[in-house]
Write a protein that binds this ligand. Structure first.
Ligand SMILES: [Zn+2]
Length: 259
């Protein structure tokens, strides 16, 4: 991308492979639809028991190409010690000021049995979004002018320990890009050897099928909003942009309590 500013969507997560797992199908779909999409990794993801910085970078680049996303940046903040600190907020807010996204997708959720980076990353992204718009502070952001990020969307970790009640929630139909997502995840061979990849593939197929099935999609990815979903037209909102009156009914749905 020759002029990587004015993104429609900038997706941010702590580790290379987080975004692929959480919302790779959606990112690939956005690219197919012609939106300007970028990916930001907060850390290299190293050290881990299985990788090296160089290998993880090559894997992230291969995954970027698999998804078709034209832009990916690594902030090189410390893995395993990622914290929501003022200095890290400045670093990410500088990225927001430079690339001026309309929508930021934030990997989100507490993962107490996995990396603490995930929750710190969420806090950091939220704070950096706020810092990005502040006036009289340009010296903290390489002299770049303020940029207000209009929309924040959460991509929740599927193993979040908390069943949170988010104000808004929606599911993106990734039936057409689920296989692309799987190919992108497969690029991380340092983290997922054949056996681990088979397990992850099994999990993602079930998880994304279960999520998507709630809206009648073959595969879906779940997102949350910090605010309720706004609507200018009840009919369009309820149709979910599909142009059909209602989601496809699932077999057996009549038997559900609220079916
Ligand atoms: Zn991670």
């Amino acid at each position: 991308m020759t002029d990587p500013s004015g993104f429609d969507v900038l997706a941010v997560a702590p580790h290379p492979d987080d975004l692929e797992i959480l919302c790779g199908g959606t990112l690939a779909l956005l690219v197919k639809k012609g939106y300007r999409v970028g990916m930001i990794d907060l850390t290299t993801g190293e050290p881990t028991p299985r990788g090296t910085v160089e290998r993880r970078a090559a894997e992230a680049e291969a995954a970027r190409q698999a998804l078709g996303v034209p832009f990916r940046l690594n902030l090189n903040l410390p893995n395993r010690e990622l914290m929501d600190t003022p200095a890290n907020r400045y670093a990410l807010a500088t990225v927001f000021r430079r690339y001026r996204p309309e929508i930021v997708i934030a990997a989100a959720g507490r993962t107490p049995a996995a990396s603490p980076d995930h929750y710190q990353g969420q806090l950091l992204i939220e704070a950096a979004r706020f810092y990005s718009q502040l006036t009289k502070w340009d010296d903290r952001f390489e002299g770049l002018p303020p940029h207000r990020v209009p929309q924040l969307v959460y991509a929740p970790f599927p193993f979040d320990a908390e069943q949170r009640h988010w104000p808004g929630t929606f599911i993106v139909d990734i039936s057409d890009t689920f296989e692309t997502k799987v190919q992108a995840v497969r690029c991380y061979s340092s983290q997922f050897d054949e056996e681990r990849f088979a397990r992850l593939h099994h999990f993602l197929a079930g998880h994304n099928a279960a999520i998507g099935g709630r809206c009648g999609f073959r595969y879906g990815e779940l997102f949350h909003l910090p605010v309720p979903v706004g609507s200018a037209d009840l009919v369009t909102t309820v149709r979910g942009g599909k142009g059909s009156p209602a989601p496809v009914q699932l077999p057996g749905k009549d038997h559900l309590p609220h079916g």
